[in-house]
Design a protein around this ligand. Sequence first.
Ligand code: ASP
Ligand code: MG
Length: 413
Amino acid sequence: MPILVMKFGGTSVATLDRIRRAAKRVGREVANGYDVIVIVSAMAGETNKLVGYVEETSPLFDAREYDAVVSSGENVTAGLMALTLQEMDVPARSWQGWQVPLKTTSAHSSARILEIPTDNILSKFGEGMKVAVVAGFQGVSAENRIATLGRGGSDTTAVAFAAAFGAERCDIYTDVDGVYTTDPRISDKARKLDKIAFEEMLELASLGAKVLQTRSVELAMRYKVRLRVLSSFGDMGDNAGTLVCDEEDIVESNVVAGVAHSRDEAKMTLISVADRPGIAAAIFGPLAEAGVNVDMIVQNISEEGRTDMTFSCPTNQVARAEAAMKKAKDEGIINFHDLVADTDVAKVSVVGIGMRSHAGVAAQMFKALSAEGINIKVITTSEIKISVLIDRKYMELAVQALHDTFELDKAGA
Ligand code: ASP
Ligand code: MG
């Protein structure tokens, strides 16, 4: 039998009624001739509640016990989903991570998947079981402790199962009906994409289009898992969602596929550092060691052997970055005049594989921003992405202007 992986996110299993609706979709695929692996998240809000319990009990918590607590939400939905399917006369069984066993690293609260043995579940399919309901987000470490995969990790569980079992497709059911050209809350012209390339999705996922966990897209790209994002609400028949696929499968596409934004950015500038070989390593080494996720980097021109170095990082890491730089200064590793943090910025990016073969996208982007009077503070580019840092108050305006400029409201324009 061909295998299908279906993943239901927290809002899709938020109540018993929604679990029933999700189970009906599963039953339909079983009727279509699939053996189905269902991956479930915890009921909406449940994981946040559990995280809250842990933090209240122990501010500097032991990560192994954090995982023991926060993984439990998925256990509840896995059992309830199996029971619901059984009530519909669909032979189903639930599996917690350790029962598979989904083996992970020991990096508690952000573990990575090492291996998913398939024999256990396949032999149950062989015995007539039609649906394996697997608790997402969790696995077991070499030390035999429960480990979780980081927030949003059920997406990664789903893709990893699809890869391990050679599933025909991995359907991610969520509360939006697909991937949009931009955030519909910001632009009412946002349009659902029928298809998007893995690489574009990867950029959009990491740029703050919160539909899929970034790691799940990386995995899907590596193992060429056809990934579909679709809504679990609405009618059964009518939604094809968005297919995340290889770029070869996309016949017609815009130069720019989407405009992403991220509010959660801070711009930090080290004023007057020595402009000498090794200075970048001396700055970014300690930042990396302190766990600061540096994104954009700009080194300004130098004057009399001194220069300014600007970088961006998530807002909640500013304090950590400041501490790391102060420590490096105290230890004589670097020397700077001042460290200035600007936390009122946002990042806006345009993404599209078409940029590889089209010149002038950057110029078009900057022109559109300047027409709105928006000042650009930092720019970075990659082969398929251009990002700018701007004042946060202009973020919505910038997104709308870029969406218009690249005519993203028109399919295949
Ligand atoms: N329940 C976990 C979370 O909220 C994992 C997931 O839903 O993907 O992060
Ligand atoms: Mg999610």
